[in-house]
Design a protein around this ligand. Structure first.
Ligand code: BEZ
Ligand code: MG
Length: 885
């Protein structure tokens, strides 16, 4: 076999500790298992080392590098003449980057290609955008061009290494985000020039259909989906665990006269755990009547259960490694928690609640309010669900805990009604009378899902692609919401953009909007927000068939109208009487990805806003009209033109760049970040100017943002939350709005989470706390990461950097989050040693980020802590220099 493959990995942000970054993926272990497999098929992988660790060493460690060189292994030095001869578009890059070679991926004379070759396999490191550390370039409102080093990389792959295919390894790199058209590339579009004639295969996270679509459209990728790591429940630890034990003793002893004493301990422990910002806690020692005691305990308990049951993707996925049975349980439990009326499947919690004469919605509501009995009932339902699913899964596994031969097991289980494992399990619980038929239908479905979870085809699909054969397509999305995403190893597709929002999405959206408005009113003296500044992303709209899009419609008080072919291309206002509240004004900022995927829906929303602004209604019931009239006056334009609310980036440009600035610590002050946001995200869509594209309307954008009383965004899926990726804070305008408002008041900030059966609208600060407690500070999470070694340390560091991002854009991070992180990772000597030994570059970045959090005023701490951080910093510097020497 003489086929040549160029495996391409990424490095975000550009730093040695980050080589091989991809969402949820252990990249080097995955590459290693792919290569072992290809070797079996006859590929020449000569010189492949014995372990993935050695592979990492060989790629990122240049043995010949000079003292303290940041360079990776150089596989090829391309002189400028060769570069220019082989790269026909090289001169187009000069406007932005000057004459080649430039200073990126360059030794001053040659362009450098980083990577390592093993026989016919080249493992290369894709260069980065190149402007990450350059605040001036980050401020540009439009994107510029790739740099010479970037172009040289792909020239090498196509014309010197002569790859038969490139395999981009994991979500995601920057090639497909380079400037050019959104679809239908021409030779004047950089993604097209870069990829040239090389077949592009792309391992892509199954849960990211929006960006996968960009990769397909703009770089002709054949995506191959990979599974996100198996989810676990976050569990409880340290003080939170003690607290749950105290609550258990309260429940058994509350009527023995010890109630007040235990409640007092609960309150003080809850305060130690910093739960006082989440739950209104009375003073310890205060004598409370029994019902108030129950309520305090119920609220703390509810919070604990929320933390405990949060899903965590634990560790990192390795291509071709199916989850073990135990690992599949939490995912199945969550699949089982959703009603699927279209398939006549009832949720397990719903089936169990019915046995005690309740609906599950009613139990959720009671539990959310902190009614102790309902929190307890919900906990029992959750435990029984886990037990029943666990008993089922146990029957399908071998002695090593691997799921085996689900199909035959399943038919034998379903054949013998009486010994159905879930029935056996439930007979030991209070839910003994659960409906047998509904259970059987549900577990039949879960069995199908389990089969799909373990039926991994990630390696198989790669081989199919390498043979030039057809890789089966499948939807991308959240496997919990849509098990059809499974099995992975499919070419990811999105959906028909004209089909959203669906009626079901509209129904869910109304609930979330009303909850959001209720919450805002409750916190603001009963007043409705006049304007909500919100963010629209592609991914969550794909996964939910347009729930976020529908939310905007419902804020405005309009409904989508479907034509005879099921396409949504019109909206109609509902009357104010029917709406029962004022129409809320919006400032919508769409991600660049949303703009690419859903331009028709931007058109629809713009028409909706303009229509609402022109309705002849009293302005106290129509805030869109109220503000548009004021703004029309100020700008000297018509009301219709002033009613411009649908913004995004310039065409061919993505992100506010605030994330790049924060990740690279290359910003001077918050004002600079806010300027980036304004200059990058102030391009408006105008339905009255068809075909014109995105137009810069910064003044209108600022005026609209200045009226915002709240900011709002939806969480994308059960696997991704606020500090997992840098894109959430990249989208967040909270402090920006505060700066623009005439009264200088901070807007409220909310995050909706519709990823579980019990949808929630939380404040941003609650969500940040929940995230910190379940991830960064949670031993189950960080130990899971540590098991992935080098890449795990980077994941820990990334969470802290993203936390700093939230401090910078929103100011909604509590001091204790940094303090506890410092206690966990730095004060603990053994832990810091492990971090330093496993990935010194990421550990250095971790130290730097702590110091930065303090330096920028986001974390107040003792001089001792700071001194320790500084000392460790110089220690790790020495160590890194020693390695590079
Ligand atoms: C989107 O789906 O719109 C999106 C994806 C990644 C980052 C930002 C937005
Ligand atoms: Mg992305």
């Amino acid at each position: 076999m003489d086929k040549k493959l160029a495996i391409t990995v990424f490095s975000f942000p550009p730093d040695k500790g980050n080589v091989g970054t991809a969402a949820y993926l252990n990249v080097f272990s995955s590459i290693y298992s792919v290569l072992k497999d290809l070797k079996k098929d006859g590929y020449n992988v000569e010189g492949l080392p014995e372990t993935p660790e050695e592979l990492i060493e060989e790629v990122i460690h240049d043995k010949e590098a000079q003292f303290n060189s940041p360079n990776l292994n150089v596989v090829y030095r391309m002189n400028v003449r060769e570069y220019q001869a082989l790269t026909p578009y090289a001169n187009m890059l000069e406007e932005n980057w000057g004459k080649p070679p430039g200073h990126l991926n360059s030794d001053g004379e040659n362009l450098l290609v980083y990577g390592k070759q093993y026989g016919n396999i080249f493992i290369g490191v894709q260069p980065t955008f190149g402007y990450e550390g350059d605040p001036m370039r980050l401020l540009f409102s439009k994107s510029a061009s790739p740099h010479h080093g970037f172009a040289a990389y792909y020239t090498f792959v196509e014309k010197i290494f002569k790859a038969d295919a490139v395999l981009h390894f994991g979500t995601h790199g920057s090639l497909e985000f380079m400037p050019g058209k959104q679809v239908g590339m021409s030779d004047a579009c950089f993604p097209d020039s870069l990829i040239g004639n090389i077949p592009n295969i792309y391992y892509y996270a199954a849960n990211n259909p929006s960006e996968a679509t960009v990769a397909k459209r703009r770089s002709y990728a054949n995506t191959i989906s990979y599974l996100t790591p198996p989810a676990e429940n976050a569990g409880l630890y340290k003080g939170l665990k003690q607290l749950s034990e105290l609550i258990a003793s309260y429940q058994s002893l509350k009527d023995t006269g010890r109630g007040n004493q235990i409640v007092s301990s609960i309150i003080s422990t809850a305060k130690q755990c910093n739960l006082d910002k989440d739950v209104d806690l009375p003073d310890e020692g205060e004598e409370l009547p029994a019902n108030e005691r129950d309520l305090v305990v119920g609220k703390v308990y509810g919070k604990l259960m929320e933390i405990e049951s949060r899903l965590l993707p634990c560790g990192l996925h390795v291509i071709g490694e199916p989850p073990t049975a135990v690992e599949a349980v939490a995912t199945l439990v969550n699949i089982a928690a959703l009603d699927r009326p279209e398939e006549n499947i009832f949720s397990l919690p719903g089936i169990l609640a019915a046995t005690v004469g309740r609906t599950i919605e009613d139990v959720y509501r009671g539990s959310d309010k902190g009614i102790l009995a309902d929190v307890e009932l919900l906990k029992q339902i959750t435990e029984a669900s886990r037990g029943a699913v666990g008993a089922f899964v146990e029957k399908t596994t071998n002695s090593k805990g691997q799921v085996v031969d689900v199909k035959s097991k399943l038919s034998s289980i379903l054949g013998f009604g009486l010994s159905e494992p879930w029935v056996e399990y439930l007979s030991q619980t209070k839910f003994i009378r659960a409906d047998r038929d509904k259970l059987r239908t549900l577990f039949g479905f879960l069995g199908e899902c389990l089969k799909l979870i373990v039926a991994d085809n990630e390696l198989g699909a790669l081989k199919t692609a390498l043979e030039g054969s057809y890789v089966e397509p499948g939807p991308g999305g959240d496997p919990i919401r849509n098990p059809k995403v499974l099995p992975t190893g499919k070419n990811i597709h999105a959906l028909d953009p004209q089909s959203i929002p669906t009626a079901a999405a509209m129904k869910s959206a109304k609930i979330v909007v009303e909850r959001l408005l209720e919450r805002q009113k409750a916190d603001n003296g009963g007043k409705y927000p006049e304007t909500i500044a919100l963010v629209l992303w592609g991914t969550d709209n794909i996964k939910t068939y347009g729930e976020s899009l529908a939310q905007v419609m419902w804020m405005l008080g309009v409904e989508p109208v479907t034509d005879g072919l099921g396409r949504v291309n019109r909206v109609e206002p509902v009357s104010i009487e029917e709406l029962g509240r004022p129409r809320i004004d919006v400032v919508v900022n769409c991600s660049g990805v949303f703009r690419d995927l859903f331009i028709n829906q931007m058109n629809l929303l713009d028409r909706a806003v303009k229509m609402v602004a022109e309705l002849d209604e009293p302005i106290e019931m129509n805030y869109v009209r109220k503000h548009a009239q004021e703004q029309a006056e100020e700008l000297g334009v018509s009301v219709r033109e002033a009613a411009t609310r649908i913004f995004s980036n310039a065409s061919g440009s993505y992100s506010s760049n605030v994330n790049l600035a924060v990740e690279n610590a290359s910003w001077t002050d918050e004002k600079q970040l806010q300027d980036m946001y304004l200059s990058r995200k102030s391009f408006a869509f105008d339905s009255d100017a068809p075909g014109v594209g995105m137009l810069e309307k910064r003044k209108t954008f600022e005026l609209a943002l200045a009226t915002a009383d709240a900011t709002f965004q939806n969480l994308d899926s059960s696997e991704i939350s606020l500090t997992d990726v840098s894109h959430y804070f990249d989208s967040d305008p909270t402090k920006l709005v505060q700066g623009l408002r005439k009264d200088g008041r901070a807007p409220s900030s909310y995050i909706a989470d519709t990823t579980t059966a019990n949808a929630q609208v939380r404040t941003l600060s609650e969500t940040v706390r929940l995230d910190a407690r379940t991830k960064l500070l949670n031993p189950r999470w960080y130990e899971g990461m540590m098991k992935s070694g080098y890449e795990g340390v980077r994941e820990i560091e990334k969470r802290l950097t993203n936390t700093v991002g939230w401090s910078a854009t929103s100011g909604q991070v509590d001091n204790w989050v940094y303090e506890e992180a410092n206690t966990t990772f730095i004060e603990d000597e053994e832990m810091r040693k492990r971090l330093m030994d496993t990935n010194p570059n990421s550990f250095r970045k971790l130290l730097q980020t702590f110091l930065e959090a303090n330096g920028r005023g986001y974390w107040e701490t003792s001089e001792d802590n700071l001194e320790r951080l500084r000392e460790l910093y110089s220690e790790v510097e020495d160590k890194i220099e020693g390695i590079d020497r």
